[in-house]
Design a protein around this ligand. Sequence first.
Ligand SMILES: *[C@@H]1O[C@H](CO)[C@@H](O)[C@H](O)[C@H]1NC(C)=O
Ligand SMILES: *[C@@H]1O[C@H](CO)[C@@H](O)[C@H](O)[C@H]1NC(C)=O
Length: 567
Amino acid sequence: MNPVQVVTLWCMLLLVPGLRAPRRGSPEEASFYYGTFPPGFSWGVGSSAYQTEGAWDQDGKGPSIWDAFTHSRTGKVLGDETADTSCDGYYKVEEDIVLLRELHVSHYRFSLSWPRLLPTGVRAEQVNKEGVKFYSDLIDALLKSNITPIVTLHHWDLPQLLQAQYGGWQNVSMAGHFRDYADLCFEAFGDRVKHWVTFSDPRAMVEHGYETGHHAPGLKHPGTSLYRAAHHIIKAHAQAWHSYNNTWRSKQKGLVGISLNCGWGEPVDISNPKDIEAAERYLQFCLGWFANPIYAGDYPQVMKDHIGRKSTEQGLDVSRLPVFSLQEKGYIKGTSDFLGLGHFTTRYITGRNYPSRQGPSYQNDRDLVELVDPNWPDLGSRWLYSVPWGFRRLLNFAQTQYGDPPIYVMENGASQKCHCTHLCDEWRIQYLKGYVNEMLKAIKDGANIRGYTSWSLLDKFEWDKGYTDRYGFYYVEFNSRNKPRYPKASVQYYKKIIIANGFPNAREVESWHHEALETCSVNNQLLATEPLLSHMCVASEIVVPTVCALCVLTAALLLTLLLRSPC
Ligand SMILES: *[C@@H]1O[C@H](CO)[C@@H](O)[C@H](O)[C@H]1NC(C)=O
Ligand SMILES: *[C@@H]1O[C@H](CO)[C@@H](O)[C@H](O)[C@H]1NC(C)=O
């Protein structure tokens, strides 16, 4: 979303009567629920290969579409940044495992880089032994520390050669290549890895990669390529699942699922059927697009209806949404041992009752308008507002829509507003506390939630946002050669939740907050010994948010003091 759009939405929102009032008719949202999670509930943090590893061309790794995209330096990535080195995670396995132990997590979710394992993308052509060894050692090191690996096969970094040769996910041959790659991973690591995620947030991957062009491979074919890419991703997922089920499950006894990201869509006016339908469309176009084929064998009816009708209006003979054959439906249905969910924020949804002047696109196909409440706390990323109650609703929706599947929350977290080194991340603590509490309520409602992955372990390369959005529990000083990590206050807080397995009582939870904020001021001083330049806060937003403003003031003060002191 660009700033102009957000402003428009805000203005529109102010025109919607009653919306600025606190959430109607849901007293449970105001009350904090004290209690603990079921025994064995798994707590973790996540990351992904391209965002953290660096070593982009080391030890036999082939290029990915993200290497090609960032190296083209076309201004599509903020500051033309690359993740060539990023956090240097490739060289810091032991160091990062110390951080995981400090957090007391029971699992760590990370992704394998497909081109690090298969430099050309094709298993039959070349397997990179050094890549296999790297991940094998990482898995061993985690297990030695009693940390369960949750392994994502594909988190957006497709081998560049597959893009060049086949046009990437637009081509159905990708499904077979993905299955071969998945099979290699099951074979090489499946004796130790019992939780596999085939794809992470495939919706964003195809929307930004093939529709808006904001992400690699940077294609802009609105309204067509993303549906085709998604179609092939769903087939690829199913093939990998079947391969596991047929060949590996009996020996390895693990689970294979997919991880889908979706916000919650709340009708603007809950007494207006048009808004209710629009909110339902929002969820079906987001979550149902992938989850419905996997759980029910086909795309959601509302997607087929809307895209089909619009395709006809646009003079096409067939729908832009591809069709699964009867045989494919049977093959795809039931190919998930758990549902992975990523969730960050919520939108109010209203039906769009004016025709769009633009051509076919995913956005237009949905016929809806997304709004935000200006009262919601906004966090670092422009799209990310803290609305904990939406999380519970999404979890309950997933529970009822897909037949009460085991759910693993695979991503949930908040970023930071500016470049400034601010280790006292109180807003992340508030976000974490609110969202984890709503998840606890969803479990109380009956959702079968097995684990929670907070996003993310480290500050890292944030795709088209470069290094400006910081999601980490640990601050990474990217300007330093050595990429040192520093704990933010939220490390202490999350650790307390994990050790207590929830929120035991008000007195204790209060004390966590104070303790967390005490430690961070000490760490802030530590960090202050780093060069001044890296402390300057660059306000990248048009409206300078309060926290950022504070940072600017502090930086200015520091500068003044420095200039005054005789050098
Ligand atoms: C898929 O890849 C093959 C092999 O490169 C190519 O011949 C075919 O045209 C591609 N199909 C599409 C739809 O791009
Ligand atoms: C999964 O594998 C088991 C054991 O081989 C088999 O009985 C079952 O039919 C398979 N499931 C599917 C959906 O193919």
